[in-house]
Design a protein around this ligand. Structure first.
Ligand SMILES: *Cc1c(COP(=O)(O)O)cnc(C)c1O
Length: 354
């Protein structure tokens, strides 16, 4: 018995994308980490990524990494850990990205307690202004402190770009990251295993052959899971149809396209506006704003117009469609990145793995 709305997750397509991205990265000396957060780290998705040849699964949330612990891959925590979660971080993440000494001290204490060596990548801010110190001397100082902490191993240097500030991965910022890593390596006479230069947003630079030699990790989420990267552009040799949404029609009626006398605000406190198309055949689907921001879904039937919705109802104009829709028919939608995210986190949307 299927329950709708449901998000369909095409696992073979995720494996296809992972596989092709591993091949593309290999030519440039890069090993991707596979980022699962868009799919809430459902183990089925983790497995599909590993099947494509990726060895590290990364997620921003420790609750998500916990779901992946029985799989083969190494796990990496992307969001700077919270001190209050130090125990779980050491328990469920092999590697974490860090920027604060207090947190690293807490991780070190936990690692010693759990008889583990926790691997640390220090984040440096190259101007996107999310995590990491913006000042080289501070990052070098943090590296010195990590080197002193028992239970921790400094394994890499990373940066995050095109996430908050819209700063693109470039030859310049990637070269600076490599130079900073070299200073750390020289000062402590160590080799850093990971120079983690960017997310999927770094792929265009790499595919142009301009990623400076030395960057050896990209953290790939959107490109593996949806075939998109910088500015949501499609990534070559990947597919974009990994996720779609199915909703069920619960009413079909012919109605005027403008309300009788519109004087009140809608359910969300906005003054509604309407386009007068005359009498039209309309359908209501059992999905609404409590499930998804409806601007993030597009009917695959291009003759359907999304006219609006409320918390639990999606109102469609199906007048121009050639399809014989009836009550109980299923309508399929494409989803944006934000749409997939909402569907994956909504407890009202069934997850169907195909
Ligand atoms: C989400 C995230 C990524 C993955 O970004 P995509 O654009 O989905 O490839 C990489 N690194 C960090 C730190 C992240 O939070």
């Amino acid at each position: 018995m299927e329950h709708y709305p449901c998000i369909n997750i095409h696992l073979d397509t995720i494996t296809h994308n992972a596989h092709n991205l591993v091949s593309a990265c290999e030519r440039f000396g890069v090993k991707p980490a596979g980022v699962t957060k868009l799919a809430c780290a459902y183990p089925e998705v983790g497995e599909a990524i590993l099947a494509g040849g990726i060895g590290i699964l990364a997620d921003s949330r420790i609750q998500n990494l916990k779901k992946l612990r029985h799989l083969d891959g190494e796990t990496m925590l992307l969001r700077i850990p919270a001190i209050s979660q130090a125990r779980e971080v050491v328990q469920y993440a092999d590697i974490s990205l860090n920027s604060e000494l207090e947190t690293l001290q807490a991780l070190a204490i936990e690692a010693v307690k759990q008889h583990k060596i926790h691997q640390v990548i220090i984040m440096h801010d190259m101007g996107d202004l999310r995590e990491g110190s913006f000042y080289q001397e501070e990052t070098l100082q943090l590296a010195r402190e990590v080197m002193k902490l028992e239970g921790l191993q400094l394994v890499g240097l990373g940066t995050n770009l095109a996430c908050y500030g819209g700063v693109e991965p470039s030859i310049d910022n990637q070269t600076q990251l490599i130079a900073l890593a070299q200073q750390i390596e020289t000062e402590h006479n160590i080799r850093l295993s990971y120079l983690s230069g960017a997310s999927s947003a770094g792929l265009p630079l790499m595919l142009r052959g301009e990623l400076p030699k030395g960057i050896n990790q990209l953290r790939l989420g959107a490109s593996v899971l949806m075939g998109i990267g910088l500015n949501d552009d499609p990534v070559p040799n990947t597919r974009q149809d990994t996720f779609d949404l199915t909703a069920e029609i619960v009413e079909i009626k012919v109605k005027p396209s403008v309300p009788a006398e519109s004087t009140a605000l809608d359910a969300f406190g906005h003054k509604p506006t309407f386009t007068d198309r005359g009498l039209r055949k309309r359908a209501i689907c059992a999905i609404g704003k409590q499930d998804i921001d409806i601007s993030q879904m597009t009917p695959k039937d291009r003759n359907i117009i999304v006219i609006g919705g409320s918390s639990d109802h999606l109102i469609l104009d199906i007048n121009d469609s050639d399809m014989p829709y009836h009550v109980g028919s299923l309508i399929e939608f494409e989803l944006s990145y934000g749409g997939v995210l909402q569907c994956m986190t909504s407890e009202y949307i069934t997850k169907r793995f195909l």
